[in-house]
Every structure is written in structure tokens, then in C-alpha cells.
Write a new protein. Sequence first.
Length: 237
Amino acid sequence: MREFGQFVLEKVTKERPEAETLALTIHGPGYGLDEREAFFSLIGGLHQARIFHRSQLTEVQIVEKSAKRATRLRLLLEGNGGRGGSSPVITETDYLKEYGAKSETKLRLFVAMPFAPEYLDEYEIAFSEAAHRNGFLCERLDFETFVGDIFAELKKRILSSNGVIALLNDNNPNVYLEIGYAMAQSKPVILVAKKGTKIPFDVRGQRYLEYSRIGELREALASDLSKLHRNGVLNKR
């Protein structure tokens, strides 16, 4: 994504040197990749390219059809990725260097969950924010946009992760398949369920986080991830 940002700006500078505004979308979140990592990798690539190439551009617009995601991205940009500041203009590049360039070395959590719209807040607000707070990337595999052998890709993602967060709501069979595979591979699995969910007998004895509000889930999961990270449970692949 970082290389893509550089490529786009260099291409525009070469092919359309008179252009003053560049509009583009972010790639990755719709395919299960970490939203924050994809966004700031793109911004970092654009910023890095602009340092070395002359351009007439005065504005770069990130176009996003999801109103909720657009709001989150704006808040990220205005807060410089949680590093403070109120201006949407990023002039300091030190913190951007960690995005994209070092993605492969970061700790990763794979999310197993139903892909129903009503559970987007669980993923985008609770899981992702709790993961980022503890220095993890948070990824899932969106079946709707994936091409190829899905189970092979699932196994690859789970094997390359440091642990799995599994949402038990709706007792989705795909989620339980992913939980079973992760456990068979000795991957730490954090089970999560909304209050009122009927948990199957053979899973009921496992510890799981129960929640009624998204904010409550985010704080409980952030605390759990911090303890597991500190104890070394989530530090190996």
C-alpha cells in the first residue's frame, strides 16, 4: 500500500503535471486487511513521494462510500494516528514510517466472525481499536470479495497470526470451523459473545468475553489483549 501511494503520485506528476487535486480510495479494508495500517501506509507513501518529486498538487482527497469509515479515517487523520494534534495536514513523517514498511513484522490477530452488517461495529470499533491500542494489526477474511480457495486462505491467515478473536454471535458454522482449526494449531483463541447468545455445550466451558455494549467490549478486550501480550501468550506465530 505504501508503494502504491508512491506510484500513484509519481504517475500523476509525470502524466498530469498540471493536476492540482488527486482523488483516490484506500485499498485493503474491504478485503479484510487492517484499516488503520492500510490508510496510513497509503498516506505515508503519498507523503514520501511528495518529498522527492515536484508536483502542482495542492490537495489529495480520500474518497470513501461508507459514512462510518469516512468519519473514522477523518478522526485518524486529524489525530495523526493517535499521536496528537488537531490539524488534518500531516507534516511530521516519523510516525508514518512504521506503517506499511514494517507491516510484516507486526503482531497480528485474525478475526473469525459472521459477515453480517449488524456486526460491523464489533469489528471496526471494538476489535480493531482494542487491537491497535496494544500494537496489533487486526485482520479478517471477507468472503464476499475473496477469489480462490477460501479454506486454504483461511488456514494461511490463521497460521500467520499470533492469535484469533472469535465472535460467537449467531453460532455461525464457519466461525466454529475457524476456531477448531486455530485450536488444532495451538493458536490462542479469544472467544466473544453478546449477552443472550446460546453457546453450544462443548464451548460453554471455555472462558469467553460477554458483552452488551460495544464500548464495554472494546475495553474488556483491550485489557485482555494487554495481559496476554504481557504474559507472552500472543507473542509467537
